[in-house]
Write a protein that binds this ligand. Structure first.
Ligand code: FAD
Ligand code: SF4
Length: 327
């Protein structure tokens, strides 16, 4: 591992200044992704700024919603009473991710920025445009069972691995970011990027910007929502396909709907088109199948992940059926 300098931050401004002024510096939170990447030689920062002591771990009510500090642990947010009551979808998504030990270390900010689990990205002997721009993509001609079926490019077909982010996409979260010149807010839909010609850039975050919180707007979906994760093992596995589904039903008619998917694209995949199909319709199998079909009709699978198209369709119908049957 390349030698690196380590400092522990006690206040935000100095931490931001340090990382903003050195392109080889990084914040470190729980370290559950960053340290793995450093051990594999995928990333080699010259300086780490530990942000675990910054006072950013609160979950609190704010005007119009709830604010989750970027340093809040995944397990603490999942078990927080406010989150369980108002955003059970988010709690479910957290509990579907990783293992209890990892959730006790992993922070909300780090979860937003965790990198793809494409195996060629972690294997430095293989070409990978995300790790080394211009070197090629080993997955396109290789074993691409876990890769994207939506929104990919001919430069990269990786998927975004987070469960939390899929729920955040369905809940219309906003990411608050502190930079050297002040705070900016980024809707979750704009935070992660599709790969295009620059798959090495995962998000719109600039060097030195610190995620300070995730804000959730008040939501009508507390009663009827569900996170469905389909994976190779019952726990401790990333999603092959996941669905965050939420419905607001009144008088046997869908008043509002949200669908976001994980495991299928380079970012959490929210489908406004499918939501439009659901709104105003009856919550039944025909409606749910029409929404699912609308999502997967744009799918462009690879040689080894064609199964994901049907799996995604069935998962959407199953998640919506579960939500539709909730009292
Ligand atoms: C074996 C294993 C299984 C897993 N399974 C799942 C799973 O099923 N589902 C799932 O969603 N996740 C899973 N994870 C991923 C895990 O959730 C992430 O590793 C974790 O959320 C990252 O959080 P962290 O605080 O440890 O981040 P770190 O590793 O400390 O940091 C990750 C990145 O975020 C940056 N960063 C961290 N905080 C901030 C901030 N506030 N502002 C700006 N930049 C910041 C760091 O510089 C780094 O680039 C798994 C991980 C492992 C190792
Ligand atoms: S899919 Fe993306 S991350 Fe995986 S090898 Fe290709 S370029 Fe790299």
């Amino acid at each position: 591992m390349k030698p690196f300098a380590y400092t522990r931050a006690t206040e935000e401004r100095a931490a931001i200044q340090t990382v903003a002024s050195n392109t080889e510096a990084k914040f470190i939170a729980g370290g559950t992704n960053l340290l793995d990447l450093m051990k594999e030689g995928v990333t080699q920062p010259s300086q780490l700024v530990d942000i675990t002591r910054l006072p950013l771990a609160q979950v609190e009510v704010i005007s119009g919603g709830v604010r989750i500090g970027a340093m809040a642990k995944n397990s603490d947010v999942a078990n927080n009473q406010l989150i369980k009551e108002r955003y059970p979808l988010l709690s479910e998504a957290f509990l579907a991710g990783a293992s209890p030990q990892l959730r006790n270390m992993a922070s909300v900010g780090g979860n937003l920025l965790q990198r793809t689990r494409c195996y060629y990205f972690y294997d430095t002997s293989m070409p990978c445009n995300k790790r080394e721009p211009g070197s090629g993509c080993a997955a396109i001609e290789g074993y691409n069972r876990i890769h994207a079926i939506l929104g990919a490019s001919d430069k990269c077909i990786a998927t975004h691995p987070s469960d939390m982010c899929v729920a955040l996409a369905a809940l219309d979260a906003t990411i608050r970011v502190q930079g050297a010149n002040g705070i900016r807010t980024i809707p979750i839909a704009e935070f992660h990027r599709l790969p295009g010609d620059t798959p090495e850039i995962d998000t719109v975050l600039q060097q030195g910007e610190l995620i300070v919180s995730v804000d959730l707007p008040d939501s009508p979906f507390a009663r009827r929502s569900h996170y469905l994760k389909v994976r190779d093992r019952a726990s401790y596995a990333f999603a092959l396909v996941s669905v965050a589904a939420a419905l607001d039903i009144d008088n046997d008619t869908i008043k509002a709907a949200r669908i976001a998917m994980g495991g299928v694209a380079h970012k959490p995949w929210r489908s406004l088109e499918a939501e439009k199909i659901l709104v105003g319709a009856k919550p039944n199998e025909e409606t749910f199948t029409a929404a699912a079909t609308a999502i997967v009709q744009e799918a462009k699978p690879q040689k080894y992940n064609k199964f994901k198209v049907e799996m995604a369709k069935r998962a959407i119908v199953r998640a919506l059926t579960t939500v539709g049957e909730m009292a």
